[in-house]
Write a protein that binds this ligand. Structure first.
Ligand SMILES: [Zn+2]
Length: 317
């Protein structure tokens, strides 16, 4: 009982203090000084937070823990997104729902950012990983280009710049604030690139076997060779001949590790690992984080660091 009373008193003090703050800063807390921005997937959300900081009210559309490829927003959420100042999406088929919102939205003031604008894109290889289902067939035209841009820190700079430009467009009075924060983020991405380059260039192996083909841009930047179990879509099932191709590849290149993704079912990767007598390691495509990872304070940079540790282990043994 005493604890409860104490909590109530504490809460009252906190709320009084907060009210005080808001009153003092009445002018700067004017509703118009906060930009409401909806971002589709985690990396774009993280970049937005780092550029907009307290000047933006940033929302992540795909909820923590959800696999972003097959996720769909509710009508209620779509209505909220349409009332925002800015919508940021990745494009290239990553969010088919965003493309639908864009074609039907009835808010002329909504600034829509396709984060892949001006990025040097990579075509998807239409190769052996041609897992046809009727759904994929319909969506196939979206998959001409690989959407997983953010896994290359250098291309991610362009995505961050696209977000920064939209923030300036929506809120010109804070232009210098957004420019400065963007430059800091750019600097961190350049340092990350340096670390990847220096580390990976010294590793003897270059072949990575991943769950789905999310690491094409990373492979392109650091001269890795990516082989995926399920192609571009995490849900696709490889055929027995494709499975055989992967186990042959493992033997041929004397590979010791296969990578799984925290948000995808690890079963196939585990089957391959067991059959080939090799081990598994995580490699996070960062399309989303789990609630647990977010509570632990993990973000784009800490997970890119964990990914580099996994690559280092797998490619040096
Ligand atoms: Zn993906």
């Amino acid at each position: 009982m005493r604890k409860i009373v104490l909590s109530i008193i504490l809460l009252s003090i906190i709320s009084l203090t907060l009210t005080g703050c808001f009153n003092e800063n009445d002018n700067s807390m004017d509703k118009k000084s906060t930009i409401t921005i909806y971002t589709s997937i985690y990396p774009l959300y993280d970049f937005t937070q780092q550029i907009g900081k307290e000047k933006v009210n940033a929302h992540l559309i795909v909820p923590p823990g959800a696999e972003p490829h097959d996720w769909e927003p509710s009508a209620k959420l779509i209505a909220k997104i349409e009332e925002a100042d800015i919508l940021v999406y990745n494009g290239l088929g990553m969010e088919s729902w965003a493309e639908r919102i864009i074609s039907t939205v009835n808010n002329p003031n909504l600034i829509i950012v396709n984060a892949s604008d001006n990025v040097a894109l990579l075509k998807m290889e239409d190769d052996e990983h041609n897992h046809e289902t009727s759904h994929q067939h319909e969506e196939k035209h979206h998959h001409t280009y690989d959407p997983h841009i953010w896994l290359d820190p250098i291309r991610a700079i362009q995505q961050a710049e696209n977000i920064k430009n939209a923030l300036i467009k929506a809120d010109i009075s804070n232009k210098d604030f957004y420019e400065n924060n963007f430059l800091k983020l750019k600097d961190k991405l350049l340092k990350l690139d340096e670390e990847y380059k220096n580390t990976i260039s010294q590793l003897s192996r270059k072949e990575i076997i991943v769950s789905h083909a999310a690491f094409g841009y990373m492979a392109d930047r650091y001269k890795l060779i990516q082989l995926s179990v399920s192609g571009l879509s995490p849900q696709a099932e490889p055929s027995p001949s494709e499975m055989a191709k992967i186990t042959d590849f493992i033997k041929e290149h004397d590979i010791h590790y296969i990578f799984y993704e925290p948000l995808s079912n690890p079963k196939l990767v585990e089957v391959i690992a067991k059959e080939s007598g090799i081990k598994t390691l995580p490699l996070n495509p960062l399309g989303n984080l789990t609630q647990e990872e977010l509570s632990q304070g993990k973000d784009y940079f800490s997970i890119m660091q964990e990914n580099l540790d996994s690559l280092k282990k797998a490619l040096s043994e």
